[in-house]
Structures are given as structure tokens and as C-alpha cells.
Design a protein around this ligand. Structure first.
Ligand code: SF4
Length: 225
């Protein structure tokens, strides 16, 4: 069963270079302290797959793509089947992922069912569990290595709440990316302050990341700073 929680009819911002619909999948294999998508993470399916596909059929020629986000879309093994139907309609697909479900991601790439991936690098290994409540850093790393070795267009990104990550942690991630020969842009995203309660009940940041202390040896873009 595919757990579609909701969808947005179009976005100009989410999928680089494409006008895209966004599909949110319920459930997640992480519990990131800074996550404010609690409704989706702890939610259940609310939309039938067919309902979304019927909507999409009416958008052929009007939209370029579909973004899969969540929650964690790759928790559903039949995502492959869903993606195939979307590709058959002629749409590009973007996948937002925390990288834990390597098998699904690998199948999507190998079967050309995804055109762009945004991979979260949540934290260095020693802080990975503390921030995500998931202790499978090695699975994330396997996905990262696979994507670097593939031809898929993808980005690596980290969300920073300075109660959780500091400049040393980000520089450690950058060193890992350099060591792995990552050639893309590394996106460092400042935690988006809003009224929603986070999974870890975090308070607003007391300070923002000092970007002057960040190693710029690879291309970096700062978002929401
Ligand atoms: S921020 Fe973490 S808990 Fe929230 S949806 Fe993403 S991976 Fe899941």
C-alpha cells in the first residue's frame, strides 16, 4: 500500500528547472529532532494512488515533473511501480530522501525512474543517531557512495539547527564529501523558524551558524541564512 498523505498541485521552487506537483508520503524511518512535519511523519495514507494519477493525467503538457517527499517516500517498495506510471505519462521525477532505503533508491536510479535526487546528510556519524534516532549511518553512506558513482543529477544538503550541529560538524561533513570526491553543490540550510512544534520540541536557535568558519573547498550554497 502506498501511503500518500497529500499533494500540492504545482510548485515552481521545489524541483530545479521544472514546474512540478509535490507528493507527500506518510511515515518515516527517522525522528529528526528539528522535523516540523509531524503530521506527515506520524500520519497515515489519506489519498488513493489513483486519485493522484487521475489529477496528473489532466496535467500532461502543463507540468514538467513530480516531486516525492515526506516523510520518507522510499519506505514504500511499490514506489517503483508508482514512479513507473508517472514516467509513462511523461513526467520527470525528483526524490527527496534521507538515504536509508538504499535498495529502493538504487532500483529507481538503475531503472531510470528518477531524474533528480535531494539527499539529506543529516549529521556526521557520531551525531547521526542523536539527531535522527536512526542508527543506520552506514546505509545512508552506501546510498551516498552509490549516487556519487552514478550519473544521476543529485544534491547533498544538511539542515542546521545550531542546538544540534555546529561549524565543526559541518566542516566534518564537507571533509567527508571531499574525501568521497563529491562534485556537486553542498547545500547548507538554516533551520526554518516557524510556529510548528518539532519532533524534538526544539526551541528557536540561540545563534545561527557562523558561515565565515565553513570550509569553502567545495561549491557551497547557503539557504535561508
Ligand atoms: S526531517 Fe527527518 S523525521 Fe522529518 S521527514 Fe525528514 S527524515 Fe523524516
Amino acid at each position: 500500500m502506498l501511503g500518500i498523505y497529500s499533494f500540492q498541485k504545482f510548485s515552481t521552487l521545489d524541483f530545479p528547472g521544472r514546474l512540478a506537483a509535490i507528493v507527500w508520503f506518510s511515515g518515516c524511518n527517522m525522528r529528526c529532532k528539528y522535523c516540523y512535519n509531524k503530521d506527515v511523519v506520524f500520519g497515515r495514507k489519506r489519498i488513493e494512488e489513483e486519485e493522484f494519477l487521475e489529477f496528473l493525467k489532466k496535467r500532461v503538457g502543463l507540468l514538467d515533473g513530480v516531486s516525492f517527499t515526506g516523510g520518507c517516500p522510499t519506505m514504500y517498495s511499490n514506489l517503483i511501480n508508482f514512479a513507473t506510471k508517472i514516467k509513462d505519462l511523461g513526467f520527470d521525477i525528483k526524490l527527496d530522501t534521507n538515504g536509508i532505503n538504499y535498495d529502493v533508491i538504487q532500483k529507481m536510479v538503475k531503472n531510470k525512474l528518477v531524474d533528480y535526487i535531494a539527499l539529506d546528510f543529516k549529521a556526521p556519524k557520531e551525531k547521526f543517531y542523536e539527531i535522527t534516532k536512526n542508527n543506520h549511518y552506514e546505509k545512508f553512506e552506501k546510498t551516498l557512495d552509490f549516487l556519487i558513482s552514478s550519473n544521476i543529477e543529485f544534491e547533498v544538503r544538511t539542515t542546521v539547527h545550531t542546538d544540534l550541529l555546529d561549524e565543526n560538524d559541518i566542516n566534518e561533513i564537507i571533509n567527508i564529501l571531499i574525501h568521497k570526491n563529491y562534485k556537486g553543490v553542498y547545500y547548507i540550510q538554516n533551520f526554518f523558524e516557524n510556529d510548528k512544534e518539532t519532533i524534538g520540541n526544539l526551541s528557536p536557535q540561540k545563534k545561527t551558524l557562523d558561515i565565515s568558519k565553513i570550509n569553502k573547498k567545495i561549491p557551497i550554497e547557503f539557504r535561508n541564512f
